[in-house]
Design a protein around this ligand. Structure first.
Ligand code: UD1
Ligand code: UDP
Length: 372
């Protein structure tokens, strides 16, 4: 890589796992736009390799027009510590050989935290997109990632006023907080006209408003076979015979393989491309999920969302949007689904600044910070 002093500041854009790809796509596009307008900002796309299957990674690059990564650290899977250690070691080596001016991390996955640590220890400043969100639940690896990342971040890009308040409470000054909105929604709004039916739509006999979509991948829901079986039983009982399209995350597939059950409504499919998945969500009667990002997308598309978790780090999807926390007790699902079938689900609204222009705001701030 070339010298930042002569060629303009170099931003490492870090991506590692599925929910990172839709967050970085519009940021890279906004930096490219600035470059075309004469900016000296440069970026280097670093893929840690945390997710590596074509259906968990490569397909998003193709569908969302993300450039091929400049570097792939190829860390693969492992325990939390193994994965963290591999990213730390390999990203540190990259930075030693070819430093950058700023490390920009997104979201709350292990790659987010590990790259922030490696950079900050080499005195490279860190910017965190989706900073300040908190579930308060330390049993979630993502909450540890959020706390650690935000404790060593220089510049915070936030999605909500609640996130701003969380950061202020932890002592971050307003001059380091940039309330810009949600990059995941930039990607959603830009791609709404491109959403497309998955190939299995006719084979499953799907009709708009006549099916559910379900995604589950939190360890608390899917790692214990007995608990997972009860959850699937409850879903199957509660959906009044409608099909439930269930793109199965690889973590979930491991447990599902060992389970036997009678779930005629469940239609397990491989993880879907972004355009197919969000087409399904947009036309669904409702979504059952434990994902974070999906609750934001259902909010913007106005689709009822039942979240099988006790907490959320995205409270605006509940207070403003269409999301409701059902909890992890399968018994709570039936009454919530009954309310949905009876037409009593809230309509919801759209949180402030989730307007499709977040990445442009981020690029503006980066330019001011780095090119001044
Ligand atoms: C990770 C994130 C989680 C995020 C989720 C999105 C952390 C701690 N967790 O969880 O926040 O919501 O991604 O999808 O960063 N696997 C494959 N192929 C792949 C990737 C994973 O088969 O391409 C399997 C492996 O067996 C692996 C398991 O899935 O052990 C879990 O992967 P991992 O990246 O550790 O965590 P996720 O559960 O995917
Ligand atoms: N998604 C997808 N295909 C799928 C399931 C999810 O494209 O089969 C997208 C979804 O639209 C959202 C993102 O993946 O943009 C959410 O990622 P995930 O649920 O894996 O992680 P989380 O947001 O919970 O961290």
């Amino acid at each position: 890589m070339t010298d930042a002093a002569t060629q303009g500041p170099l931003i490492d854009v870090i991506a590692g796992a599925r929910p990172n790809f839709m967050k970085i796509a519009p940021i890279i596009a906004a930096i490219q736009q600035r470059q075309q307008a004469g900016s000296t900002l440069r970026y280097r796309l670093v893929h840690t390799g945390q997710h590596y299957d074509e259906k968990m990674s490569g397909e998003f690059f193709t569908q969302l027009g993300i450039p091929h990564p400049d570097v792939n650290l190829e860390v693969g899977s492992g325990t939390q510590a193994e994965q963290t250690a591999a990213i730390l070691t390999r990203y540190e080596r990259l930075l030693q050989q070819a430093p950058c001016s700023l490390c920009l991390v997104v979201g709350d996955v292990t790659s987010t935290m590990a790259c922030a640590i490696a950079a900050q220890k080499l005195r490279i400043p860190v910017a965190h997109v989706e900073a300040g969100i908190r579930s308060g639940d330390w049993t979630m690896p993502e909450e540890i990632n959020r706390l650690v990342t935000d404790s060593i971040t220089n510049w915070f890009f936030t999605t909500s006023e609640v996130a701003n308040q969380n950061l202020r409470k932890s002592g971050v000054g307003d001059e380091r907080i940039f309330f810009v909105g949600n990059t995941m929604i930039d990607t959603l709004l830009a791609n709404l006209p491109r959403l497309r039916e998955p190939a299995f739509w006719p084979a499953l006999g799907l009709q708009p408003g006549g099916y559910f979509v379900m995604t589950l991948h939190r360890p608390a829901n899917v790692d214990d076979p007995a608990g997972f079986r009860q959850l699937l039983d409850a879903v199957n009982r509660g959906v009044r015979g409608l099909p439930v399209v269930f793109p199965v995350h690889p973590r979930t597939a491991k447990t599902l393989q060992s389970l036997r059950g009678d779930w005629p409504t469940l239609k397990p499919v491989d993880p879907l491309g972004y355009l197919e998945f969000n087409h399904l969500v947009r036309h669904a009667k409702g979504v059952i999920t434990d994902s974070g990002g999906v609750t934001e997308e259902t909010t913007v598309m106005g689709v009822p969302c039942l979240t099988l978790r006790d907490t959320t780090e995205r409270p605006e999807t509940v207070t403003v949007g269409t999301n409701e926390l059902i909890g992890t007790n399968p018994a709570a699902l039936q009454p919530a689904l009954d309310r949905l079938f009876e037409g009593q689900w809230k309509a919801g609204g759209i949180p402030d600044l989730w307007d499709g222009r977040t990445s442009i705001r981020i690029a503006d701030v980066l330019e001011r910070l780095l090119c001044a």
